[in-house]
Design a protein around this ligand. Structure first.
Ligand code: HEC
Ligand code: HEC
Length: 302
């Protein structure tokens, strides 16, 4: 906050409080206590008269105390622009201290699982319970609360893996993140090339297509796509290049979506979670994810 604002806020705040003080003093002063001076002239039910009497002293004093309190508060705590207050309190520091205390309390619970291999955690009920909550808090925003994903966010329960499904590979994915790089091919292929290649991709996935167009697309595919997706389009987990022959799609299988993917490229990013939540929590989330996929009927297929 710059000095101009600090001055503006400080003056505005203090003048406001002083104005309250003046208002209290001004309305309370010179009030007669004699009953006949206070009669407003309003009468109800023939004998109930409305008076206008000063506020009781104890009540007024409460107001004065709040004003003293507000000045003490403004000296101790930040309130006047960039003035930090003599206690140097900040919400950030209080949050950090509380988070640290909570972390110290919870760390032993996570540490219990640190020495256990990932494969064991998949079958450990306590680890699964914790893993589910780590997932719900940190992963569900992108992958969905049931881990079934959405467009651009992979389904983690289907035993089909972009980057590989071995327990250690899944762990690496979550710890260090993944950055997929499918380059934009619109300029290289031109509109017709994009269309033909998209049709060929549809044929790879077993969709009924125009064979002549598909074979034109196949030539393009072999020259520029096979390097990453493989000559048969079965993908490459080293690059996160998806298998294009199954019926599992990250972005979509209709012609328009495939053509958009080819024309503009795709850059799905899985953020590295080691710096965000630490290795203990990541291992529990990984164990939970692996348990979801192993519960699938095709679990041995990967
Ligand atoms: C440099 C490597 C590379 C090349 C070359 C490449 N791709 Fe990709 N492709 C990828 C990666 C990586 C992804 C995953 C993108 C993501 O996860 O965001 C991908 C995704 C796709 C998808 C989306 C699949 C889905 O599940 O939604 C399609 C379709 C596709 N590529 C087709 C092609 C075609 C057709 C070509 C050739 C014109 C091609 N790719 C060239 C690496 C490549
Ligand atoms: C900001 C969104 C986001 C968050 C948060 C996130 N992910 Fe991801 N995750 C992605 C995206 C996007 C991909 C796909 C990257 C790509 O296109 O290759 C991915 C990929 C993955 C993969 C690889 C899937 C495969 O098929 O190989 C795993 C496993 C995974 N995430 C697990 C997790 C877990 C566990 C968490 C929580 C600790 C998490 N993700 C949090 C966006 C997210």
């Amino acid at each position: 906050m710059n000095q101009g604002w600090t001055l503006y806020i400080s003056i505005f705040t203090i003048v406001n409080i002083l104005a309250c003080l003046w208002l209290l003093w001004w309305t309370a002063k010179n009030r007669s206590t004699k009953a006949e001076d206070q009669d407003t002239g309003h009468v109800w039910d023939e004998d109930i008269r409305e008076l206008n009497r000063p506020l009781p002293k104890w009540w007024l004093n409460l107001f004065y105390i709040t004003i003293v309190f507000s000045f003490a508060y403004l000296v101790l705590y930040p309130g006047l622009g960039s003035f930090a207050g003599t206690k140097k309190w900040t919400s950030q520091e209080q949050h950090d201290a509380e988070a640290k205390a909570a972390e110290e309390k919870i760390a032993p619970i996570f540490a219990k699982f640190r020495a256990q291999p990932l494969a064991d955690l998949v079958h450990d009920a306590d680890a699964q319970r914790l893993g589910a909550s780590v997932f719900a808090n940190n992963c569900a925003t992108c992958h969905g609360s049931d881990a079934k994903g959405a467009k651009g966010y992979p389904n983690l329960t289907d035993n089909d893996w972009l980057w590989g499904g071995e327990p250690d590979t899944v762990l690496t994915t979550i710890l260090d993140g993944r950055q997929a790089a499918m380059p934009a091919m619109g300029a290289v292929l031109g509109d017709e090339g994009v269309a033909a290649t998209a049709v060929y991709v549809q044929s790879l996935a077993g969709q009924g297509v125009d064979d002549a167009l598909a074979s034109k697309g196949q030539a393009h595919f072999q020259t520029i796509c096979a390097a990453c997706h493989g000559p048969e389009g079965k993908g490459n987990p080293m690059l996160g290049a998806p298998n294009l022959t199954d019926n599992i799609w990250l972005y979509g299988s209709d012609f328009d979506t495939i053509a958009t993917t080819i024309r503009n490229g795709r850059n799905g990013q899985m953020p590295a979670h080691r710096p965000l939540i630490g290795e203990d929590r990541v291992r529990l989330a990984a164990a939970w994810v692996l348990a979801q996929s192993q519960a699938q009927p095709n679990a041995e297929a990967h």
